[in-house]
Design a protein around this ligand. Structure first.
Ligand code: MRU
Length: 372
């Protein structure tokens, strides 16, 4: 299947069929998404018919991943305008969607894009205008991610050239694959491109406690793309790096500051420290829409989402009867703290892989790339 011209250009596959994570229903009145809370055990499609459905889908992580949250936000505002196109409802829906997840900056970016357009429209045109723009954001996301894939591929190619005939081991954290975007993904896009042109890649997948997006989503994606992969505990990465079993680390980003600090799933920072200590390149792959132009120092200023204790105190999986079941891990009075993201300071980041090219993680390089 691989290496054929046709397959190189195909988007993401599940059982050889092309999919994307979100799409407008044929009626163009609501959207459909892949329900990510059920993967990898069940493949279910969910209808998102109202702005409340959209807010809940983001909050409960039926869809997740920074770029996809942005697209869902855009469609959520569209659904709000279908319900009531008034100024009051526009404000209300904007705030409702904006407050669902505070860290990923794309949500705000996409909401503002729709808001600014419809605000100056007559009421009867607001739904159609929002729909057109949301579709545009969806399609732009696919194109951006594909370009991130092309740009990141060059990094993998260089490593492959220096390691002739050797397998390239890439470590990734959380899920920054196509399930976190509309298609292709960010961190995984270069890996898919490399695999499809025949580079021998293997992916170390951090399980990514507490919600295990690595174990449940990244492995699901890689399996369906036939990319060799192995899941590891979150604490195993440093050990593998010390033993020269990692050639490259690629992660995604939920918010990147103008200085080049990268905010991503909790645990990313520790991987960056271990990569630096072991002289292993550590890249973040991100669309430019993930840049926050208002924040310089990410460690001090990026709001970190604190999620519920239950995500830490409990774990869910498939039981022996084939049902998804949640079980408690700790004694029933145990307190838990659950910060969902951390910030990797720019000095630990080898570079940023964007749709406009790869740049160093510093203000000068980011601004230069943006002006391009
Ligand atoms: O909490 P999640 O699952 O939305 O977090 C996802 C991540 O941290 C991803 O790495 C990030 O959004 C980059 S997405 C391409």
């Amino acid at each position: 299947r691989l290496k054929t011209w046709e397959n190189i250009f195909k988007q993401m596959l599940i059982n050889e069929k092309e999919w994307q994570t979100i799409w407008l229903d044929d009626s163009e009145k609501f959207v459909k998404v892949i329900d990510q809370t059920k993967l990898p055990h069940e493949f279910a499609i969910k209808d998102i018919k109202s702005s409340d459905d959209a807010a809940l889908a983001i909050k409960d992580m039926i869809i997740r991943g920074a770029p996809l949250i942005g697209v869902m936000g855009a469609y959520g505002l569209m659904l709000g305008l279908k319900e009531d196109p008034s100024d009051e409802n526009l404000e209300r829906t904007f705030i409702k969607l904006q407050s669902t997840r505070p860290t990923a900056v794309n949500l705000n970016w996409a909401l503002k894009r729709i808001y600014n357009l419809v605000k100056v429209c007559p009421l009867e045109e607001r739904f159609e205008t929002a729909k057109k723009e949301a579709k545009l954001i969806e399609n732009e996301d696919i194109n951006m991610c594909e370009k991130i894939g092309d740009n990141g591929l060059e990094i993998i190619k260089k490593i492959a050239l220096n390691n002739k005939s050797k397998k390239i081991n890439i470590l990734t954290h959380c899920n920054a694959g196509w399930l976190a975007t509309v298609n292709w993904g960010t961190a995984l896009a270069p890996i898919y491109k490399a695999h499809r042109i025949g580079i021998n890649v293997h992916v170390w997948v951090d399980e990514t406690r507490p919600r295990n997006q690595g174990a449940s989503l990244t492995t699901f994606e890689l399996k369906h793309e036939n990319v060799p992969h192995t899941v590891i505990t979150d604490n195993a990465g440093g050990h593998l790096m010390q033993h020269k079993k990692v050639d490259l680390v690629i992660v995604g980003s939920d918010r990147t500051t103008i200085k080049g600090d990268v905010c991503n799933k909790i645990g990313t920072y520790l991987k960056a420290l271990a990569a630096k200590a072991n002289n292993i390149p550590f890249y973040a792959a991100l669309p430019i829409s993930t840049l926050d132009w208002d924040i310089y120092d990410g460690v001090q200023n990026i709001p970190i989402e604190a999620r519920c204790e239950e995500e830490v105190t409990h774990i869910s999986g498939l039981n022996s009867k084939g049902y998804i079941e949640k079980v408690r891990l700790v004694h029933n009075e145990c307190k838990a703290f659950n910060p969902a993201f951390d910030v990797t300071p720019n000095e630990l980041v080898s570079g940023l892989i964007t749709e406009r090219g790869v740049c160093l993680a510093n203000e000068k390089a980011i601004k230069k790339l943006y002006q391009k």
